[in-house]
Write a protein that binds this ligand. Sequence first.
Ligand SMILES: [Zn+2]
Length: 506
Amino acid sequence: MLLITGHTEKVDCWLSTKSEGVKKVSCWDWFDFKQIKENVSLKDIYLSAKKTLSRNKDNASLEQYTPTIKETLTILDKQYDSSAQKYAKIDINSFNGIINKPVLTSSLGRLLIHYESEWYGKVDSEGKLLKWEALNSEMTENVSNVLDYLTEGDEAKLDAYINTLETSKQQSEKKGFEELKRKIDRFPKDYKSNPKQKLNAEQIEIYKKVQKLEDKVMAWDKTKEKIKKMLWWDDVAKGLAKLNQPKNTPPATLSDNGKAWFIHPVAMKMFALKNSELTIVIDPGHGYEKGSSGATAKIYTYKISKNKTATANIETLPQEVIDDTTLIISDTEDPEKNERGLVFDVSIKLKKLLELKGYKVILTRTERRIKGIDGPETRQARIDLANKNNADYFISIHADGALNYSASGSHVIYPNISDSEIVALSKELAVDIFSYYNVVPVESSSPKKDVRNLQVLRTSNKTKRKVLVELGFITSPKDAKALFSNIDLIAQQLYEGLLKNIKKFY
Ligand SMILES: [Zn+2]
C-alpha cells in the first residue's frame, strides 16, 4: 500500500485494517472492473471489429457492435475531443492514441471479458476446428478468388474480389489482373515441369506472384493446424478434475465449456496491423544495373610521413586523415560502399520499423541491384507505383557526392511545384523528418526547395507528402564513416521524424 504523508513524501507501508473507516475487500472482489459477457461467435467478433474500420461521423453509433468491441470503442473514443467528430476504430492507430493517456489505458486494462478461450475448441469428425473454419471466408476468400481467376479464368470470382474494393480502385485493379491473366495465358503449356527454363524473366516474376498467392492460402491452413495442436484447455480441465485437493482448500478447476474471464481486451493486434490506413512509399535511390549507381565511397591513399604513404578504406582510415583531408593524395572507388547499397540498407530497416507500427510500406526496389537503366523511365515507374497505391507519403532516400572531400552535411528537399498545398505539407514533413536526424550534421539551409527540379518530386507524383533526403556526402571521409557505421540509427531517426509528422495528421 502507498501512503502519502504531507504533500510530497511517499511511504511504502502496510495499513492496519483495525483502524476505523477502512473497508476490508476480498482480493476476488473485482469491484473496479467492468465485466462483459460475450456470447457471439469468433467470426462475429472479427466482423464487428472489421466493421469499426468504416466508422465516421455518420456511422458512429456504438450499438451496432458486439459487447466487447462496444466497450473497447467507448474507451478509445475518449482520446478525441468531442467536437472533433473523430471516432475510434479497432486498429493500431486508435490503440496507439491512448498510450500516453493512463486513465484510458488502465480503463482498457480493467475490462474483464467472459468468453470462450482461444485454447479451447471442438474438433469435428473431419478433424476441423469449426470456429476457426468459420473465418476462412475472411482470411483467404479474396486471395482464393484472385487465384481461381488467374489459374482457371473464372471471371465471376474476379468480380467478386473487385466488388470488395473501394469504387475508385476497382477499374485499375481489374485492368491490372486482366493484363496479368493475358500474360499467364501466354506461358508455354508445359511450363510447370521446369518453370526456370521455360519461362522468360518477366514470366518468372509473374509465376512467383501466383506462388505467393498460393502460399497465402496455405499459410491460413497451416495456422489452423497449429492452433489445433496447441489446444490445451480440455487436457488441463481433465487433469485438474483428477487432482486430489488438500483439505480445506477449494479445488482448482477449469470450466468444461472453455469459458473463463479474461483480463486482456480483444487481441486484435495482427488484425489491426493489416488494416492501417497509411501507405508509405520508400524510394531507395538508384540500384539499376545500368546508368548512375549514385555516389561512391573511396579507398584513399594518404601521406603518413614525408616519403611514406598508406591506403585505407572508410572503415580503416585513421582519424587524423578524416580530420585533415589535405593528407589525402589520391583515391579510387570502393566497390563495396556506394550510395545505392547504403540507401537500400537504410530503406529496408526503415520499412521494418514502420511495418511494426502497422503501416503499409512499399519499397520502389526490393533488391540491392535490379534490372534496368537508371533514368527518366525507371524513375517514372517508381512514381507510378506510388500513384497506383495512393501513397500518403513518398520518401526518396539518397546520399550526396562531390569531387571535393570537404563537401559535407545532410539536407532534405521538398517540391518546387505550383500546388501550394503539397509544397506546404511536404515542407512540414521535411522539417519533421529531419528533426531527429543527426548522424550527419544537417546543413544550415535545410530543408531546401527543389531547385534542381528532381523528377520524383514533380507534379506527376501525386503523393501529397513527398521529400527527398540526402543523408550526407559519401565522398566526404567524415560523412561516409558516420553513414556506413550507423545504418540502424539512420533508419531509427528517419522513423522518429516521420512518425512525428504522421501523428500530427493521422
Ligand atoms: Zn542519389
